[in-house]
Design a protein around this ligand. Structure first.
Ligand code: MG
Length: 384
């Protein structure tokens, strides 16, 4: 029996994680759940999975949980997720919060020396070298949950990293694939949230529409697998069946394929080194066609901005990530148009002199600076 903590249990990855747990009641047990403020869903999850510990940022919600479940230990406030990780004995912590809000809890998990099933990409983008160092120092392990990185991680099993020629991250291309820039300007939040192949949270859906998601994933892959940026490529694959490819020096390419269903990489991050049955996965390719296209860097400028920020390194990936988070929020709120996202990120980056963060506090300091910077840029561009 493996004890599981899920950070971000009420989000899309969190709900998928709980579905995997539901299907393996004799192998997996929920000991802790954490969320920001979705009280109603957390209450339903506590009733079904009976954890010992929960974390919720909102303190009024924490009191409501206390009243309904007297035996439950409830952590509240800004450090709730960190308190949850430190206090609940887990074999695996699934970090499924989106955005930098999850950074401290991800580091707290690394410091527990347990398995970190990482779905939060911002932690690796903003603090990759520091996070990997923390995982190593405390004897834990990091298993990627992001579908592309899970694919690469699987294709690397059993072979020498020194024999890898390049990594090819596949991208669905998002809902605006093939649209010219002239049409992108008028796209609304509603349009951006209509992803053709994946059902995901709002932030990552917009990141997928701008291709920023793929840019963040390139930075993630660079840190996770230790390859230079010039050996990491993007291939647009609208069917989202080939989840990524590792090419070795002998010309062999190993890919991982499946229907686009996040429960597959989530389950592997929980079951590893075993593989468990998943009867809901029906891979049937008869009559299907798989296509591959180059990414359109001129139309989707966020991808190029992300690659450049990764190559520059230092504080630039932190600024990229923070300014993008705020720009996406402003877009979802209808305050700025779709193409303002890339403009906000570009302006924030150009105002930053890249300096390498030495500690998590340095990372958070740059993050705060970038958020202030992005807010000021958004105020200039906002329609209200
Ligand atoms: Mg992905």
């Amino acid at each position: 029996m493996k004890d599981i903590v899920v950070l971000g249990s009420t989000g899309s990855i969190g709900a998928n994680t709980l579905d995997v747990v539901r299907r393996h009641p004799h192998r997996l047990r929920i000991v802790g759940l954490g969320t920001g403020r979705n009280l109603a869903l957390l209450q339903a999850q506590v009733r079904e999975f009976t954890p010992t510990f929960v974390a919720i940022r909102d303190t009024a919600s924490a009191r409501a949980l206390h009243l309904e479940f007297p035996g439950l230990t409830v952590f509240a406030g800004e450090s709730a997720a960190v308190d949850l990780v430190i206090n609940s004995p887990a074999d695996v912590v699934v970090a499924a919060t989106s955005g930098m809000a999850g950074l401290r809890a991800v580091f707290a998990t690394a410091e527990q020396g347990v398995r970190l099933a990482l779905a939060n990409k911002e932690a690796l983008v903003a603090a990759g070298p520091l996070l990997l160092k923390a995982v190593r120092r405390h004897g834990g392990e990091l298993v990627p949950v992001d579908s592309e990185h899970s694919a690469i991680w699987q294709a690397l099993r059993g072979w020498h990293a020194s024999d890898v020629k390049r990594l090819i991250l596949t991208a669905s291309g998002g809902p605006f694939l093939g649209k010219p820039r002239s049409l992108l300007a008028a796209q609304t939040a509603g349009d951006a949230l209509q992803h053709p192949t994946w059902r995901m949270g709002r932030k990552i859906s917009v990141d997928s529409a701008t291709l920023m998601n793929k840019g963040l994933e390139i930075i993630e892959a660079h840190h996770l697998f230790g390859l230079p940026y010039e050996h990491i490529e993007v291939l647009v694959h609208p069917e989202s069946i080939v989840h990524s490819i590792v090419e070795y020096v002998d010309g062999s390419q190993l890919a991982q394929c499946s229907r686009p269903d996040m429960r597959i990489p989530i389950q592997l991050a929980l079951s590893y080194p075993e593989r468990w049955p998943a009867e809901y996965v029906l891979n049937n390719w008869q009559g299907t066609t798989w296509s591959f296209l180059p990414p359109d860097l001129e139309t989707f400028r966020c991808l190029g901005l992300a690659i450049a920020a990764g190559r520059t390194g230092g504080s630039h990936p932190i600024v990229l990530n923070a300014s993008n988070e705020l720009a996406v929020d402003a877009f979802l709120a209808g305050r700025v148009p779709f193409l303002a996202i890339e403009a906000i990120v570009e302006e924030a980056l150009s105002a930053n002199l890249p300096s390498p963060p030495q500690t998590v506090l340095d990372v958070l300091e740059v993050d705060t600076w970038a958020r202030n910077q992005a807010q000021a840029i958004i105020r200039q561009k906002a329609v209200y």
